[in-house]
Write a protein that binds this ligand. Structure first.
Ligand SMILES: Cc1ncc(COP(=O)(O)O)c(C=O)c1O
Length: 395
């Protein structure tokens, strides 16, 4: 552990605040550190490892493809890419049937902005307060936290209008002749797992339709079954014009994807957009295995059911402990807002010491985005431990 820490501090860019932990192995719901200590994982690489760690179907697909063909240029037809696109077309919301593949969430969203601007021939994008869309120049521009944006103002496009999340009137006031798109996370992730009111997303879709504005649903975190449906926007029955995916799509193998209807995607013509690695055989073989396994195990339905149980159990803690302000979320994207950042930090550390990985976002919100294969017994173990921890910190 000490050697890894020294190497990291000496040679790796210090862009991450790391916890004192080196994880070297994983299986299902568990990861193991360099000293052989095991942890129940409620972070899942931040909503990435939906099949759990090293699921045999995913490992097998990656190994088989690695032996056959890892990479070829998009100058040629790619079997796994075409098959993945066809498979995706069956699980995405209605109206989305063409796909552009890339390597990350931010890259998918950059593509979504370019496509919206080219398609509508307009220049501005409405984004939400509390949003997170990535760290590249355009996506950090659409990200709400000013400390992420301000040092880099010089390279950030000045095309974003921010409005409060869950406020339709503000969107209506802000939409203008130059508005190309509205980008929204159906449930805000980094912003603290914020679920909007029931009329918000349908209202947003109506406003966009009335003004010829494209609705971009950023489902990088909420997608792939996380919230109990394949895509979170389905909870409100909406059909976005553009859909962005990444994180769980490859189950741990890097892949991102922008989806749109044929007419909108048709505004991209050869040369408009590209990515060397985007949609290569290895990444697409991984994503195909993820989707097929999710279908086989009915993981979105499972996330809905077990997520309800998890939320009920978190609410029991909220009723018992004064330090818990609120429990919120959908499916297996759940959060517990605590009264202070100090309590959240202490809870995180104590949980880790007791063998549980939990994430904290928006200063004092414990976020739970575990693999979708989680079982009740894992949830019960976490609840028991959090119960003890909250009793200790409240003393
Ligand atoms: C909603 C959302 N959009 C975009 C991103 C950026 O994705 P990536 O880190 O793969 O670029 C994230 C990452 O956390 C996210 O949660």
């Amino acid at each position: 552990m000490q050697r890894i820490r020294e190497l990291d501090e000496r040679y790796v860019a210090s862009t991450y605040r790391r916890q004192p932990l080196t994880l070297v192995k994983g299986r299902g719901m568990f990861v193991e550190d360099i000293h052989g200590k095991s942890y129940l994982d409620f972070v899942g690489g931040i909503a990435v490892c939906s099949l759990g760690h090293c699921h045999p179907a995913l490992t097998k697909a990656i190994s088989a493809q690695a032996k056959k063909l890892m990479h070829v240029s998009n100058l040629y037809y790619i079997q796994q890419q075409a098959e993945l696109a066809a498979l995706l077309s069956h699980v995405v919301p209605k109206g989305i049937n063409k796909f552009f593949f890339c390597n990350s969430g931010a890259e998918a969203i950059e593509g979504a902005f370019k496509l919206a601007i080219k398609h509508t021939r307009r220049q501005r994008i409405i984004a939400m307060q509390g949003s997170f869309h990535g760290r590249t120049a355009a996506t950090v521009g659409a990200t709400w936290k000013s400390s992420y944006r301000e040092p880099f103002e010089a390279i950030i496009p000045k095309i974003f209008d921010f409005v409060p999340f869950d406020d339709l009137a503000a969107v209506e006031r802000t939409m203008g002749e130059q508005t190309a798109a509205v980008i929204v996370e159906p449930v805000q992730g980094e912003g603290g797992v914020n679920v909007p009111s029931d009329d918000y997303l349908p209202g947003l879709q109506k406003l966009c339709d009335e003004h010829g504005v494209l609705l971009i649903c950023d489902e990088v975190q909420t997608g792939m079954g996380r919230t109990g449906k394949w895509f979170a926007c389905e909870h409100w029955g909406i059909e976005p014009d553009e859909l962005t995916m990444a994180k769980a799509l490859g189950g741990g193998f890097p892949i991102g994807c922008l989806g749109a209807g044929a007419e909108v995607m048709g505004s991209f013509t050869p040369g408009d957009h590209a990515s060397t690695f985007g949609g290569n055989p290895l990444a697409c073989a991984a994503a195909k295995a993820v989707i097929e396994t999710m279908q086989k195990l009915k993981l979105p339905q499972r996330a809905a059911k077990i997520g309800e149980y998890f939320k009920t159990r978190l609410n029991e803690l909220a009723n018992k402990h004064g330090c818990v302000r609120e429990v919120r979320g959908l499916g297996l994207m759940l959060a517990m807002e605590l009264s202070t950042k100090q309590i959240a930090d202490a809870a995180l550390e104590k949980a880790r010491e007791r063998g549980f990985l939990v994430n904290c976002t928006a200063d004092r919100v414990l976020r739970f985005v575990p693999p979708l294969i989680i079982e009740r017994k894992h949830i019960d173990r976490l609840i028991e431990t959090l119960d003890e921890i909250f009793s200790e910190v409240e003393k």
